[in-house]
Design a binder for this molecule. Structure first.
Ligand code: FMN
Length: 194
């Protein structure tokens, strides 16, 4: 069984992300091909990146980094639930991603974006960022419209077809999470044998 973390991309008071992530989790719970867990970056109280050594070197020094790294390390794949802020992702999400390196490597990612254009521009940026972290991001993505999937831009009422969109994204994500889990296990065995 692979483990998938559903990451809440916004830390804003009154954020829509809680409703969206909860809905994604509820859809995911109907499946039996993976374990799913909500991961709220707001719970980790990360300051703006304050590690003196680049994360790719893996020498984390701060307790908050170690706690965040330990959580991310438990997953084989992630659903990033992200709004669009100024055609990009929220700074809090980018910061949380930047804190770590190897905990993201060779893992799968899928996206649920929301905004006036379905969060599409934010997700495109996120794809670039995650490529640098050696993450495999699936093609299918969920694009939620502030105009048609929310009432008054704040009460989440997804259109019926969005449930299928989540499942198509999760089908691809779970498949790649399995494949990459095998790759990481193989690498580990090779290192032990060497
Ligand atoms: C700082 C900021 C910038 C925004 N920029 C965009 C944008 O460029 N495109 C867009 O579609 N929506 C934009 N929005 C609207 C958000 O997509 C919308 O408010 C969404 O609900 C925010 O997610 P949250 O409530 O989970 O924080 C912006 C909102 C904020 C707060």
């Amino acid at each position: 069984m692979v483990k998938i973390g559903i990451i809440l991309g916004s830390t804003r008071p009154g954020r829509n992300t809680e409703q969206v992530a909860k809905w994604v989790y509820e859809q995911a719970q109907k499946r039996n091909d993976a374990e799913f867990e909500l991961v709220d970056i707001a719970d980790y109280n990360l300051p703006l990146l304050d590690e003196p050594v680049p994360p790719s070197l893996g020498r984390y020094s701060k307790p908050h980094t170690k706690t965040w790294a330990a959580k991310v390390a438990t997953f084989d794949g992630f659903v990033f639930v992200t709004p669009e802020y100024n055609h990009g992702i929220p700074a809090a999400l980018k910061n949380a991603i930047d804190f770590l390196y190897k905990e993201w490597n060779n893992k799968a990612a899928g996206f649920v974006g929301y905004g006036s254009a379905g969060g599409a521009r934010a997700v495109e940026q996120l794809r670039l960022n995650l490529s640098e972290l050696q993450m495999a991001h699936v093609r299918a993505q969920v694009m939620l419209s502030l105009f048609t999937d929310f009432e008054s831009f704040s009460t989440f009422k997804p259109a019926a077809h969005q449930e299928q969109a989540v499942n198509t994204m999760l089908d691809q994500l779970v498949a790649w999470a399995h494949a990459l889990q095998a790759l990481r296990k193989g690498e580990l065995q090779q290192r032990k044998a060497a």
